[in-house]
Design a protein. Structure first.
Length: 292
């Protein structure tokens, strides 16, 4: 009996280690989740989705901005409550339910209003902003907030805001393309004294296209002291020069991973996969084979 219990403990530890070590296979959701093919997203090998286009208002309200023709922006949290509607909440939650490989949902935002709200009224648990994020987390079953700041780069308010989100139960992630010094300061301050799996800033999605086309994942890894998840832009008719086929993505991820073991890989973005008639499965297969 004791031997059995011991063996079970060992097995559980192994399983925990395995779950912990699982690589990140991610995709940014640019398309309105009410319109995208969530069945394909759930079953093509991705385990992490990052919903693009959330932003905060001057009064602490949270918007889900539309980037899809025919869709409108939706106010999703206000006055400390979720107000985005049941259908949207059910759709977002469904990403992690039923036949799915997804176990993590993040929302991606810019730095609009972060500095003014952190200075007044601040990051307290009674503020509208805190309560709105808490309500949204619950309604959408969210795991993390992704910072895609590409303009303000204010260390102090970013750190205060991220810690506030940590209090509300979120993990914090970043999606840098440039400004290494800023991201290093933020990372160091947020993770001070913390170790895996308790890191507050636990994922770096590194843009390796457009403005970040020359980014070298291995050198970002050594600068930040964290493994990164390089992002590649799928075939796209907006900036075709940065478009990457699944075959080309395989080569890029393979080479980067050889130069310095990565935390995983990811794509920008689902809208273009659908618009260009590409295959989720082909792009997903690249990730499952290189980052099992
Ligand atoms: C969504 O994806 C699934 C599985 O990949 C596919 O069978 C289905 O036809 C797609 N639906 C639409 C509306 O394109
Ligand atoms: C993510 C992104 O910028 N996608 C663009 C791809 O190209 C189409 C059409 O040119 C744009 O509408 C998308 O915004």
């Amino acid at each position: 009996m004791r031997l059995y219990a011991f063996a079970r403990l060992l097995l559980l530890q192994l399983l925990a280690q395995y779950a912990f070590a699982a690589s990140i296979r991610s995709i940014f959701l640019f398309k309105d989740v009410m319109k995208s093919n969530t069945t394909a997203l759930k079953t093509s090998g991705f385990n992490s989705v990052i919903m693009f286009g959330v932003g905060i208002l001057g009064d602490g309200g949270i918007m889900y901005y539309s980037n899809t023709p025919g869709s409108s922006d939706v106010l999703v949290a206000s006055g400390g409550a979720y107000v985005g509607g049941d259908a949207l909440a059910a759709k977002v939650r469904s990403l992690k339910e039923g036949d799915t490989g997804i176990n993590r949902i993040e929302i991606s935002m810019n730095s609009q209003h972060v500095r003014d709200l952190m200075s007044k009224p601040g990051p307290g648990v009674d503020t509208p902003l805190y309560r709105n994020f808490a309500a949204l987390k619950k309604a959408w079953s969210l795991d993390a907030v992704n910072n895609d700041d590409e303009s303000l780069y204010d260390v102090a308010s970013t750190v205060t805001f991220a810690k506030m989100l940590g209090n509300a139960g979120y993990k914090y992630t970043i999606a840098p393309y440039t400004n290494t010094n800023f991201w290093r300061s933020v990372t160091t301050q947020l993770n001070q004294g913390l170790k895996e799996p308790d890191l507050l800033m636990d994922r770096v999605y590194l843009q390796c296209y457009d403005g970040g086309a020359n980014n070298n994942p291995a050198s970002w890894q050594s600068t930040l002291g964290l493994k990164v998840v390089p992002l590649i832009w799928v075939t796209n008719d907006s900036k075709p020069v940065y478009g990457t086929t699944a075959a080309q993505a395989r080569t890029k991820f393979t080479n980067w991973n050889k130069a310095g073991a990565l935390a995983g890989g990811g794509y920008w973005n689902d809208y273009d996969i659908e618009k260009m008639g590409l295959s989720y499965k082909q792009y997903g297969d690249v990730l499952t084979s290189i980052f099992p």
